[in-house]
Ligand binder design. Structure first.
Ligand SMILES: NC(=O)c1ccc[n+]([C@@H]2O[C@H](COP(=O)([O-])OP(=O)(O)OC[C@H]3O[C@@H](n4cnc5c(N)ncnc54)[C@H](O)[C@@H]3O)[C@@H](O)[C@H]2O)c1
Ligand SMILES: [Zn+2]
Ligand SMILES: [Zn+2]
Length: 395
């Protein structure tokens, strides 16, 4: 089959690789009909996530048709399913309390020295996301093996097209959990850093949860425009002092909750960020957390900090004092995707969430390398790329 493979920093290629096979009775094989490129994939593309190997198949946002099932799968051939990016067994301690992204049984890699040293625990399995998360082949491919297919995938109705439901695999639940982690109450003012797909869904979710005001921060005019269309006020961090503007917009108190939908590759020319960019470039492993640092300083005392943005290692000059002295609450994590998929599907069906407004490009799988390049280098206009393995390549 054809699949998008990682070969190093800014080097991804569509190669012919072996077809996946059923390995365990609970597996299913999915023929991928749509798969998206995520901001998290850019961290792999930029080479800042450790334990990638040349030839690894990328992709954790995908859906398709069930073509083969193991003897213990509950799926049936021909069903159309969306697959969550987190791989979870459904039966361990964490799965039973719906902390699916902390599943203890889905990472088969024996040697977990790196994550045990870095995090104190091994990571949960994630599709197409390095050997620290299990080394699973991802879904930016014609076919993919889905472990625990009786727990993760949800069957979607035929009247909803792929574009409408695809983002149940990650960014929609991620935006929703980000807003939930911000513990939004009516009358709250919430500020969201980053108007990429995750930030945009966090904005939409915060508004759906009753936030009185949502303020979106980015530097790309078109992305800020999308946030505005959802009902957010906007701040361009290149032209405006973010903290000053937020203080003014919140009556001098600071916003009630902040959401960091940027993660470990923050843009910008704050002095700490320039140093972090230099350190990341020469491989001494510091996450660029300038958006998170700014968020912690901008939130009001007693406020809430929600971090859907991905961080991988350690970060310098973290304002721990502000976190403690202001009495802030911090919630974060890879999304417990399976917890949210059904409810969010119902909200899509009821027309309560718009899931397609952010798609800027639909490309054949063969053009995935151009998709990565565009999503990385032209973020303003490339807001979300959906790859269609069945689509004919242009030219
Ligand atoms: N927790 C999870 O389970 C989960 C799931 C999906 C994605 N993520 C993470 O969420 C983050 C966002 O993902 P995405 O797909 O929206 O990515 P993206 O790269 O498309 O968007 C990031 C946005 O942040 C903006 N930005 C950069 N620096 C900024 C700054 N200093 N202040 C304000 N905005 C700034 C960029 O201009 C861009 O628009 C990534 O770190 C991704 O890995 C986490
Ligand atoms: Zn993703
Ligand atoms: Zn589990």
């Amino acid at each position: 089959m054809r699949a998008l493979t990682w070969h190093g920093k800014h080097d991804v290629r569509v190669d012919t690789v072996d077809d996946p096979e059923i390995v365990n009775p609970r597996d299913a094989i999915i023929k991928v009909t749509s798969t998206a490129i995520c901001g998290s994939d850019l961290h792999l593309y930029d080479g800042v996530i450790p334990s990638m190997l040349p030839g690894d198949i990328l992709g954790h946002e995908f859906m398709g048709e069930v073509v083969e099932t193991g003897s213990a799968s509950t799926l049936k051939k021909g069903q159309r399913v969306v697959v969550p990016f987190t791989i979870s067994c459904g039966g361990c301690f964490h799965c039973r309390i719906t902390q699916y992204s902390a599943c203890e049984n889905s990472n088969p890699v024996k040697k977990q020295d790196m994550s045990e040293k870095l995090y104190g625990h091994a990571m949960t399995g994630i599709f197409g996301y390095s050997h620290m998360t299990g080394g699973y082949a991802g879904g930016q491919a014609e076919y993919v093996r889905v472990p625990f297919s009786d727990v993760g995938p949800i069957v979607v109705p035929d009247h909803l097209d792929d574009d409408t439901v695809l983002f149940l695999s990650d960014i929609l639940p991620t935006g929703w959990m980000a807003a939930e982690n911000a513990q939004i109450e009516h009358d709250d003012t919430v500020a969201v850093w980053g108007c990429g797909p995750v930030g945009l869904f966090a904005i939409q979710s915060a508004i759906a949860m009753g936030a009185a005001e949502v303020i979106a921060i980015d530097h790309f005019p078109h992305r800020l425009e999308l946030a505005k269309k959802l009902g957010a006020k906007t701040i361009n961090f290149r032209t405006t002092d973010v903290r000053e503007a937020l203080m003014e917009m919140s009556g001098g108190i600071g916003v009630d909750a902040v959401i960091d939908a940027v993660g470990m590759e923050a843009h910008g020319f704050a002095i700490d960020n320039i140093l972090d960019i230099a350190k990341q470039t020469i491989g001494i492993g510091a996450d660029r957390a300038s958006a998170l640092k700014q968020a912690i300083l901008a939130v009001r005392p007693g406020g809430r900090v929600s971090v859907p943005g991905v961080y991988g290692g350690i970060t310098d000059k973290f304002p721990l004092g502000a976190l403690m002295e202001k009495g802030l609450q911090l919630r974060t994590g890879q999304t417990h995707t399976q917890r949210y998929m059904k409810d969010l599907l119902a909200m899509i069906e009821e027309g309560k969430l718009d899931t397609t407004f952010l798609i800027s490009h639909r490309l054949p799988l063969e053009e995935a390398p151009q998709g990565y390049k565009g999503f990385k280098e032209q973020q303003d206009s490339w807001t979300k790329v959906v790859l269609k393995p069945g689509m004919m390549a242009s030219g």
